[in-house]
Design a binder for this molecule. Structure first.
Ligand code: HDE
Length: 756
């Protein structure tokens, strides 16, 4: 007989006890009711979820029912205490030997307060440091249920989620609307454990192998000598690297396109980038790519707007997300999948599915919706939630597996590893925002910041003292079982497959799929970025890359740089455009858009009131702009002013309405308000701040509606009344209805001159 089993039986016998006194050898211990387990072979009932495994109980300060006021207060108790709970009578003065005397070392309150402050910061994320997040819910349609056994994708399952959006390059305090890739990371708190979909708003990546990640990030981050530029790709080291390393071409082109400057997190697509593998109940596998499709469509800023916002409101995207949620305009995305047969070669229509610089055009593999994400609650505490959330591509649930994409392999290591430095040890899954909502029954113990008080003496397996618990699960009891994929016999090499060598056909497809105005933006962006480089060799090499994408693109950028355009060094790929890649040409809902209603001292208050109501009824946000703060009109009908001529800037608005004679004769303007050094307004002329607002809105392709004399402001801004997207109407509501239609296309694209 097995000697270990004999020992186990003996221990089990002594545990049985029967409740008639302490086990032998432990005198004085009270009797413990022991489970009557004959032999440690049967799993017990699964543990119920512990209350502390649910997400943090946070509520939005606005619009939430009970307890909202309580939640918005930093402290709910009446008396200030030390961290140990002792009440304090003074927290403003150090303990001194007399009011002018030296501070005493015995001041324990001073020491505790300053010590804690000294350690308030943690290291920022090495990439994606700046972000904003929200809570929400994912509602599955069940359309993927035949492909995956993942419980959260079964029909009609609601799963709580936490989503963090981010820029990649900038520091935690950098501006939101820089040109960059955006992170789109979703934590699904499913009944089977946490599933993280850690994606970006660009479906491809700069590199094909994780071992290059430090190189690309070192190249794009501020240069190490002076630590400039912050949150910018427009510098030599970035263009040096991507021009030498041509597998970055596809991602760089997306980054340079309008996708690099989203209008809002709410108006971005998200992509899982890698190909994943779904596993169904019959162990059938399917390769998939994940897509998030925003309900409001995919929209971008224009470059000048993005630059102005970085100064005027560096928190633009963060604010936009929080405001939308607080106002009840909950952002939504459909999760979709492109599916491919799980063939041994892992390709689809000749496209290598393991190469993360490739997309599969939606025309070849349509995106099939599998569920709806709604963000409906702002975090209550940025640090506790947004900063401490830890995503990891290896947080997987049964039914979702990985593939052999070499970029994904490196990520599987990195996301755990980085938290050790960032969150100070291995216990970050215990931080409230990271806690699974599924029961956790692990045998991980101790370590820095351990907050659990684990009971028992047997955090090991096999054991008998805990009745053999915990047992391992099987396929029919919800275990995560890796898909038994065959690995081809091979020789160890440091090398990439042949198919990874095509660096230009996919970028060419992207370029050919763009509308003329999107191409103009791409040309403008390359010209700007390369124009910021100092090294001639870098610019020339970058132009060579462009020549291999498209000679017309190369020619236009070369002209802007004042350099000769090189010829392609390889034949141009013969590829079909993918119309789904263009952001133009469709109509989208206008709700959640911001409409500025600009009026003057003698403004049409009734008209403004009516149009404000109409904007609200259309699900949009009206912001009334007047010469000074306070109200327009008086008495019951008085209207609050949200922005003044001093605080308003065109970039905040998706469309502008001019009511009455905004700014005409306004004497509110003085030199101290100058935004672009115009001369102070003369009586009877338009306030320069209004002219600036109107001319910028016009230049940025925004719809402009005027009524009741608003034409004067158009004239002052040099905007023709018959220009495309300029609506002169009898009433504000009539102007608004045309403006709302125009918002469906996002911008008045006819205003942009195009030559390509
Ligand atoms: Fe990440 N990435 N990444 N990344 N990534 C991180 O993890 C990394 C890559 C992405 O809001 C880090 O917790 C490597 C692709 C997002 O908290 C780090 C490689 C995609 C976020 C890391 C990649 C992403 C990160 C830094 C190359 C899109 C922010 C802090 C193999 C599919 C998550 C952290 C958040 C964050 C490593 C490439 C998306 C260092 C090694 C491809 C959205 O672990």
């Amino acid at each position: 007989a097995n000697p270990l089993k004999r020992v186990a039986n003996k221990v089990t016998e002594s545990l049985k006890g029967g409740g008639d006194g302490p086990p032998e050898g432990i005198p004085g211990r009270p009797a413990v009711e022991s489970p009557s387990v004959a032999e440690p072979t049967e799993p017990r009932e699964p543990l119920p979820p512990k209350p502390d495994q649910s997400g943090p109980d946070t509520v939005s300060p606005t619009g939430q029912p009970t307890g909202a006021d309580q939640a918005r207060m930093a402290q709910s108790g009446s008396y200030l205490t030390t961290a140990q709970g002792a009440r304090l009578y003074d927290t403003d003065h150090s303990l001194k030997a007399g009011p002018r005397g030296p501070v005493l070392l015995q001041d324990h309150h001073l020491r505790e307060k300053v010590m804690h402050f000294d350690h308030e910061r943690i290291p920022e994320r090495v990439v994606h440091a700046r972000g904003a997040a929200a809570h929400g819910v994912f509602q599955s349609y069940g359309t993927a249920a035949s492909l995956t056994k993942a419980a959260f994708l079964a029909e009609d399952v609601e799963t709580p989620v936490f989503v963090r959006f981010s820029t990649v390059v900038g520091s935690r305090g950098s501006a939101d609307t820089v040109r960059d890739t955006r992170g789109f990371a979703t934590k699904f708190y499913t009944s089977e454990g946490v599933f993280d979909l850690v994606g970006n708003n660009i479906p491809v990546f700069f590199i094909q192998d994780a071992i290059k990640f430090p190189d690309i990030i070192h190249a794009v981050k501020p240069q190490p000598d002076r630590e400039i530029p912050q949150a910018q790709s427009a510098h030599d080291t970035f263009w040096d690297f991507v021009s030498l390393h041509t597998e970055a071409t596809h991602h760089t082109l997306w980054h340079i396109s309008d996708r690099g400057i989203p209008r809002s997190f709410r108006m971005m697509e998200g992509f899982g980038v890698h190909t994943f593998r779904l596993v169904n109940a019959e162990d059938g596998t399917t390769l998939v790519k994940f897509h998030w499709k925003p309900r409001l469509g995919v929209h971008s800023l224009v470059w000048e707007e993005a630059q102005i916002i970085n100064g005027v409101d560096p928190d633009f995207h963060r604010r936009d997300l929080a405001d939308a949620i607080e106002s009840g305009a909950y952002p939504q995305w459909e999760l979709g999948i492109q599916t491919f047969p799980d063939t041994p070669d892992q390709t689809f229509e000749g496209i290598d599915l393991l190469d993360p610089t490739n997309i599969v055009p939606e025309e070849l593999a349509p995106v099939q919706p599998v569920g709806l994400l709604t963000l409906n609650r702002n975090p209550s505490n940025f640090f506790a939630e947004t900063e401490q959330v830890a995503f990891h591509v290896g947080h997987l649930v049964p039914g979702i597996d990985i593939t052999d994409d070499p970029l994904l392999a490196g990520r599987l290591f990195s996301y755990l590893d980085t938290q050790i430095t960032r969150l100070g040890g291995p216990n970050f899954p215990q931080i409230p925002i990271n806690r699974p909502h599924a029961p956790v029954n692990d045998m991980l113990r101790d370590g820095m910041h351990q907050t659990a008080v684990h009971r028992g003496v047997a955090p090991y397996r096999p054991n008998s003292v805990d009745g053999g618990c915990p047992f391992t699960a099987g396929a029919d009891t919800g275990a995560y079982i890796e898909a038994p994929v065959r690995v081809p016999e091979a020789t160890k090499v440091r090398a990439a497959p042949e198919s990874f060598a095509d660096h230009f056909s996919q970028p060419r497809r992207f370029w050919l799929s763009m509308s003329p105005v999107e191409r103009e933006h791409i040309i403008g962006a390359y010209t700007f970025e390369l124009g910021k480089c100092y090294e001639q060799a870098v610019k020339e090499r970058a132009l060579q890359v462009l020549a291999n994408i498209d000679p017309e693109l190369c020619e236009a950028v070369a002209t802007g740089l004042g350099l000769p355009a090189p010829k392609p060094t390889e034949p141009l790929a013969d590829v079909e455009p993918s119309p789904a890649l263009s952001q133009l040409g469709r109509t989208w809902p206008a709700d959640g858009r911001i409409v500025g209603i600009v009026t003057g001292e003698d403004g049409d208050v009734d008209g403004v009131r009516a149009v404000r109501e109409a904007v609200l009824n259309a699900g949009m946000v009206p912001l009334v702009v007047a010469p000074t703060g306070g109200t327009l009109g008086s008495g019951d009908g008085a209207l609050s002013v949200q922005r003044t001529y001093a605080t308003a800037r065109s970039v905040e608005f998706d469309a502008v309405l001019l009511a009455g004679t905004p700014g005409v004769g306004s004497d509110a303007y003085t030199a101290r308000d100058a935004k672009s050094a115009p001369s102070p307004a003369q009586p009877g002329t338009t306030d320069p701040r209004v002219s600036l607002l109107v001319s910028e809105a016009f230049r940025h392709g925004k719809a402009i509606g005027v009524w009741a004399g608003g034409e004067a402001a158009l004239e002052a801004a040099g905007v023709p009344t018959d220009a495309p997207g300029v609506i002169v109407s009898d009433s504000g509501t009539a102007a608004l209805s045309r403006v709302t239609e125009l918002l469906g296309a996002h911008r008045v694209w006819e205003r942009f001159n195009t030559q390509v």
